[in-house]
Design a protein around this ligand. Structure first.
Ligand SMILES: Cc1cc2nc3c(=O)[nH]c(=O)nc-3n(C[C@H](O)[C@H](O)[C@H](O)COP(=O)(O)OP(=O)(O)OC[C@H]3O[C@@H](n4cnc5c(N)ncnc54)[C@H](O)[C@@H]3O)c2cc1C
Length: 604
């Protein structure tokens, strides 16, 4: 995997070009490589050996405390000490001023080694949000303690009755006393409500936990503003702190109502949290103390600021689980003797068995995994590079990066979640019965990966976002720009040896996706277009991955001979077995097939 990662970073996306940017001027290829080396080592030593342990020793609550394996404490400590929580931050606040691309690539090692031990992605996301939208005091007190690893963070959006539909959030925030606006940590409120599915919502890895909570501030009539406009964002620390960030010794009114017991990803606690139920009484009264971030009603806007990176993070985690399964099943296939080759004269039962990697059907399953996992890794790195362009590029190119991210982010989140999960299923298949046991890691990879189509916006919601918003916004500007980028790759591939045919195939796919987009919207009726949003997402994603593979193949000459052959074979596989699938997906999109929409509850 490291060889592939280095090839993609150095020879494909040209990471070195970022060194010319003032923000990264103090870095060099060596400093980038040393960050990758350090993370690879910590992942190997502190994460990988404990992946099964954290799966079998689920977090448990003894009525007072949530207990996690000692290995999780040590992994968190090693990660925090590496400085990676503040990887992208300015030097002045103890950061490393690394490009996001390097941060994402370095974090990939941990996702592959033990995804659910986690690297504090939520903590970094939480603190980054405060750096963007918080007051100076909120940054100093909360964000800096999170970057240093002393405190950790959560994102509290979901509620039992409000998952995909966040406009139905019912948590309420009311001003806390007449002087509520005078608090040095920001306007002070009292929150009451229940938050469901909160990852890392309770544990003792850190001295304090900083919850970022979405809640509604009722108007004068006592009601919240309906819809997402009424949602505000609050910092709710588990333990109260003073204006200097010192613990006051008082517990905030945030109580663990229970732990969720999950299919996978068991190294991280997942919690139902009650805010303001009166279990603790800060200042002598019930109600969780929270400090407003940004303006009232702007809570979701602040959260969405984080979305590109959070979704690339989810896509990358899915990718690395796919990669882990691919490597495990490849290793197994090389060592498992079973069956004999089919020859013109039939099978020779007296001959020794061959390793299963010799069977074409097993190679099919391995090639599929390679095409999914390596292709997805390239896509995620491409998107990470766009994030750097957005933040540090010249105005015009930053604008273009922003447009491309709008259309590519739903794919970056969803495509690996679906297809690297399929890769994990194929890994189990390669191992046969052994794959279905806990003696091998592949079943855990599948269970861990199954989450990724659900959180950070479900598959269906991502699909509606893509077809309903992203490809039509600004008159389709994002889609047009993407088509230009794909067109440029097609043009370069045309004269390249062996790439003319896939280039033509991709050009046809691009044209079909464009035509289906138009046909879906030709009646202008959203429910007709969006009834087939998920097949659209699948087709769109496959077209994007075909483009990524063609573009990667153009750089394959820089790789070693075995790597080059491997990449060209994965490209051939993807264009022969995968890309043709888009015809079936696009057919229902273009015809606005109504069966799913028209099916009625009573007919099931
Ligand atoms: C392990 C785990 C960790 C999580 N971590 C966090 C966290 O840290 N913080 C946090 O806030 N949340 C977290 N979540 C919550 C997660 O984001 C939600 O589960 C997700 O948004 C879906 O909400 P839901 O579970 O209520 O499902 P629902 O919204 O009820 O969706 C159920 C199904 O209906 C479909 N559906 C819903 N609405 C529509 C629609 N309008 N059109 C078409 N289809 C629709 C969905 O696609 C889905 O298939 C986590 C969840 C899990 C499982």
């Amino acid at each position: 995997m490291r060889e592939t990662l280095d090839f993609l970073l150095d020879d494909w996306i040209g990471l070195g070009s970022l060194l010319q940017r003032p923000r990264f001027a103090d870095h060099s290829p060596e400093t980038f490589a040393s960050v990758l080396d350090t993370c690879e080592r910590i992942a190997r030593e502190k994460y990988a050996p404990f992946n099964r342990l954290v799966d079998t020793e689920e977090p448990r609550f003894d009525g007072e405390r949530v207990i996690l394996p000692q290995a999780t404490h040590e992994a968190w400590k090693a990660y925090a000490e590496s400085g990676m929580l503040a990887a992208a931050q300015d030097y002045e606040i103890g950061g490393m001023q690394l490009p996001y691309t390097v941060e994402a690539a370095a974090n990939a090692f941990f996702a592959k080694a033990a995804v659910s031990i986690g690297t504090g992605m939520l903590t970094t996301g939480n603190a980054n949000l405060l750096m963007k939208h918080g007051t100076e005091a909120q940054k100093r007190v909360f964000a800096l303690a999170e970057f240093g690893g002393r405190w950790s963070g959560t994102m509290c959006l979901s509620e039992p009755q409000a998952g995909s539909s966040l406009s139905d959030v019912a948590t309420r925030a009311v001003p806390d006393g007449a002087d509520f606006e005078a608090d040095p940590l920001g306007p002070r409120y009292r929150l009451r409500g229940n938050k469901m599915w909160i990852s890392a919502g309770e544990h003792e890895l850190t001295e304090n936990i900083i919850h970022l909570v979405l809640a509604k501030i009722p108007g004068p009539d006592g009601k919240g503003i309906p819809g997402t406009r009424g949602i505000s964002l609050f910092i709710v620390p588990k333990k109260l702190v003073d204006a200097e960030g010192r613990l006051t010794g008082e517990r905030n009114d945030v109580a663990l109502a229970g732990l969720n017991h999950k299919c996978g990803w068991r190294g991280t606690t997942n919690t139902l949290l009650n805010f303001g139920e009166g279990k603790f009484r800060p200042g002598g009264e019930a109600g969780a103390v929270g400090f407003l971030v940004g303006q009232p009603g702007q809570g979701l806007r602040c959260m969405f600021h984080m979305m590109n990176e959070a979704r690339i993070g989810v896509g990358l985690a899915a990718t690395m689980l796919g990669y882990a399964g691919y490597e495990a099943s490849l290793d197994y296939a090389r060592n498992r003797p079973q069956g004999r080759p089919m020859t013109a004269a039939g099978k020779d039962a007296a001959s020794p068995q061959v390793p299963i990697i010799e069977h074409a059907d097993v190679k099919r399953m391995l090639l599929a995994q390679k095409a999914y996992a390596e292709g997805a890794l390239a896509l995620e790195l491409y998107c990470a590079r766009l994030v750097d362009e957005l933040h540090t590029g010249e105005e015009a190119s930053a604008h273009e990066a922003g447009l491309l991210l709008e259309v590519l982010t739903p794919v970056a989140k969803s495509w690996p979640s679906e297809w690297c999960l399929e890769a994990n299923s194929l890994a189990i298949q390669v191992l046969g019965g052994y794959g279905y046991t806990r003696d091998f890691p592949v079943e855990q990879y599948w269970r861990d990966n199954r989450l990724n189509m659900i959180h950070e916006g479900t598959h269906g919601i991502q699909a509606i976002d893509l077809l309903g918003r992203k490809v039509v916004m600004d008159g389709g500007a994002g889609l047009k720009l993407l088509a230009m980028r794909i067109g440029a790759t097609i043009e370069r591939a045309g004269p390249a040896a062996g790439l003319a045919a896939p280039a033509r195939q991709l050009a046809t796919a691009l044209q079909k996706v464009g035509a289906a987009t138009q046909a879906a919207w030709s009646t202008g009726v959203p429910e007709e277009a969006l009834a087939n949003a998920t097949p659209y997402l699948q087709a769109f994603g496959h077209m994007v991955l075909a483009w990524i593979w063609l573009d990667v193949a153009l750089a394959a000459g820089e790789a070693s001979e075995a790597q080059r052959q491997g990449k060209l074979s994965a490209l051939r596989y993807f264009f022969a077995y995968e890309l043709p699938k888009i015809d079936a997906w696009l057919a229902v999109v273009a015809s606005r097939e109504p069966v799913c929409r028209e099916m009625q509850d009573g007919w099931f």
